[in-house]
Design a protein around this ligand. Structure first.
Ligand code: NAD
Length: 416
């Protein structure tokens, strides 16, 4: 993987910029550049045809100075340990900017869930927990869903862990189904949090978002709910959406339920009736007010950043923008809501789920929404104030807030 596109190198370069502005102690800087620990596992799994396939998996615990580690598990054919390291680093900064008493981690398995049956996925999920379970637990490290993992997979993982421990341990994982101790509001929390951040952005930019246009890259958990909530909470007209197979465009916008139903039936948003097919590359450079990258890393690079015409780039995906692209967006006046702030709603409601599991007492949905709104709004303004005060990019400002908080915890523990 070349340096420009290696997510972990990108995460380290982002930290380096913040360390320079903060004049971080060199030992602290060196410590925060690396994960604390990581586990690499080999998972033999019986396939439906009777053969055994061997998968590689990872769990990276980046930093737990502020509390138990937290971070999703991704199942993806192009998963690499450097991607997991980067995502674990971003989880650390995300929990810190959201001011959650948690550290950062991430997990991944190299596999193609689209080519596996549900029973094969169940056996893989259970095999992963049998190996990685030894470093997980409500007080040590709590996973959650990410790309191509869902509530059902969380349920299998929680069940496997509970069998290993001999008692029910719902708090070992979040994003569970409601009937197994999930939290109300977890499923759309990432997109909802992003909408609160866009709402606050519009206030500081003095824009009325009602009827303004938006485009969304990625139509999974984050993207699909962004379509629905962008319309419902902000009055946005979503003119384009896409997934891994391509995108669609209609200047009037399209009904989110109908697009989701079409994807459910055909496996993609492509060829939705009444919309024009476009490519993912076209979608990113549409003339819209809000662009939501909600798919994978490295989508906005030095090659296409100059063509981004959006006023606001709200990063629901992790790592969608390379540092080179960031510079170009900043120069062109695109207001970027950086990933680890913009998509922090997911981990925030995951944290609420952990709290509810610990108490074995569950909150109504209005309480979840209200607490999420408070957390997102506070986090957004902590970044915005620093960006104004230091005259730096939003991403650098978000790093300044997050890294100072983690460094303070590391220092107070006496580690560095
Ligand atoms: P998901 O598996 O539910 O959906 C992923 C979507 O992206 C799918 O529609 C897929 O078709 C699409 N996609 C994949 N490759 C693509 C490509 N090259 N171009 C366009 N679309 C592509 O995953 P998700 O949970 O929605 O996660 C999406 C992003 O949001 C990831 O970066 C993830 O780390 C981040 N994120 C998710 C959560 C969460 O709570 N789910 C929280 C924080 C951040």
């Amino acid at each position: 993987m070349n340096k420009e596109l290696n997510p972990f190198e990108i995460a380290q370069r982002q930290l380096d910029t913040a360390a320079e502005v903060l004049k971080l102690d060199p030992a602290m800087h060196a410590f925060l550049r690396q994960p604390l620990r990581e586990l690499h596992v080999t998972l033999p799994v019986k396939m439906d045809d009777g053969t055994v396939k061997v998968f590689q998996g990872f769990r990276v615990q980046y930093n737990d100075a502020r509390g138990p580690c937290k971070g999703g598990i991704r199942f993806h054919p192009q998963e690499t340990v450097d991607t997991v390291r980067a995502l674990a680093a971003w989880m650390t900064w995300k929990c810190a900017i959201m001011d959650l008493p948690l550290g950062g981690a991430k997990g991944g398995v190299i596999c193609n869930p689209k080519e596996m049956s549900r029973s094969e996925l169940e056996r893989l999920s259970r095999a992963y927990i049998r190996q990685v379970g030894r470093i997980l637990g409500p007080h040590t490290d709590v996973p959650a869903p990410d790309v191509y993992t869902d509530a059902q997979i969380m349920a299998w993982m929680m069940d496997e862990f509970s069998v290993m421990r001999g008692h029910n341990v719902p708090g070992m994982i979040t994003g569970k189904p409601l009937c197994l101790g999930g939290s109300c509001g977890r499923s759309d929390a990432t997109a909802r949090g992003g909408m609160y951040a866009v709402r606050e952005t519009a206030k500081v930019l003095g824009i009325d978002l009602k009827g303004k246009t938006a485009a969304i890259q990625g139509y999974g958990n984050a993207g699909m709910f962004a379509h629905q909530l962008g319309q419902e909470l902000l009055g946005l007209k979503v003119v384009a959406v896409s997934d891994s197979k391509g995108g669609i465009y209609n200047e009037q916008g399209r009904d989110p339920d109908a697009v989701a139903a079409h994807k459910g039936k055909t496996g993609s948003v492509v060829s939705f009736p009444g919309a024009k097919n476009i490519t993912n590359a076209d979608l990113l450079t549409l003339d819209v007010t809000v662009l939501f990258p909600a798919a994978l890393e490295n989508q906005i690079t030095a090659h296409n950043a100059a063509d981004v015409k959006a006023t606001i780039q709200a990063e629901l995906a992790n790592g969608p923008t390379t540092p080179e692209a960031d510079e170009i967006l900043y120069k062109n006046g695109v207001f970027v809501i950086p990933d680890f702030l913009c998509n922090g709603g997911g981990v925030t409601v995951s944290y609420f789920e952990q709290v509810q599991n610990a108490y074995n007492y569950y909150w109504p949905i209005e309480e979840v929404y209200q607490k999420l709104d408070e957390k997102m709004t506070t986090a957004f303004h902590s970044m915005h104030e620093i960006a104004q005060a230091y005259k730096v990019k939003n991403r650098v400002a978000a790093y300044l807030v997050a890294v100072s908080r983690v460094a303070e915890a590391v220092r107070m523990r006496g580690w560095v």
